[in-house]
Ligand binder design. Structure first.
Ligand code: ZN
Ligand code: FE
Length: 254
């Protein structure tokens, strides 16, 4: 079993450490900063094997070079963004695999937020690291891709096993929950989850990880083919990608 450490950094980012106690290999996902990673490595007497970047944004890659210099780790990043991500040693495509000891992560292409954005999926541990694509009760903005691409990416992730733990890179959950409740005020799962999130944030606890099942039940962006969401937008029977585009537009204004 892999061990996960959640490291809150900057205003609302998370860096994740994934550690395999058998091989002693460790990966850092989307290191916005190096020092907090070095601190957690030292606390646990772990050594860094890899950096895994999901996409090129500064707040996911800024720690790359320092971590490589100080730990000798290898930097793994999406091929489409390898020239704009600092320090890349290995560029990965969709379907490529990354091994952490005997555990396999499969690379999933999820364009939309950026065009090269990938997720790392450890099927044997039911873990998904999805960067800025799916958030708890929300999704990333489309900085580079189209609504059609982003919807396809969300739909791909939505089809992973329901018990898959979902680790996203930002803590936007409270604002996302209020938006979700606006869309589906009668949805009991959303009402309950808002209370859970309020409580966690009051105690400064992270709201990650989520699960695919929880997101399918409460994340409006994964529910654009549900009647209630379509009704709210006045878009009954519209194509999911169109409903998604309208929902994303409204969230940008929320
Ligand atoms: Zn981003
Ligand atoms: Fe980000």
């Amino acid at each position: 079993m892999l061990t996960i450490k959640i490291i809150p950094v900057l205003k609302d980012n998370y860096i994740y450490l994934i550690h395999d106690p058998v091989s002693k290999q460790t990966a850092a996902v989307d290191p916005a900063e190096a020092q907090p990673v070095l601190d957690v490595l030292a606390e646990n007497s772990w050594q860094l094997t890899y950096v895994l970047n999901t996409h090129h944004h500064w707040d996911h890659t800024n720690g790359n070079v320092a971590l490589k210099q100080l730990t000798g780790c290898q930097i793994i990043a999406p091929r489409l963004e390898q020239n704009i991500i600092p320090g890349v040693d290995r560029a990965v495509n969709a379907e490529d695999t990354v091994m952490l000891g005997t555990h396999t992560a499969t690379v999933i292409a999820i364009p939309g937020h950026t065009l090269g954005h990938v997720a790392y999926y450890f099927a044997d541990n039911a873990l998904l690291f999805c960067g800025d694509t799916v958030f708890v009760m929300g999704c990333g903005r489309m900085f580079e891709g189209t609504a059609e691409q982003m919807w396809q990416s969300l739909d791909t992730l939505r089809q992973l096993p329901a018990d898959t733990a979902l680790y996203c890179t930002h803590e936007y959950s409270l604002a996302n929950a209020w938006f979700a409740l606006r869309i589906e005020p009668d949805n009991i799962d959303i009402q309950q989850r808002l209370q859970t999130i309020k409580q966690l944030r009051k105690n400064q606890q992270p709201t990650v990880p989520s699960t695919i099942a929880l997101e399918c039940a409460t994340n409006p962006f994964l529910r654009v083919d549900h009647a209630r969401v379509q009704q709210y937008l006045g878009m009954e029977h519209a194509a999911p990608a169109l409903v998604f585009a309208e929902l994303r537009r409204r969230k940008d204004l929320f």
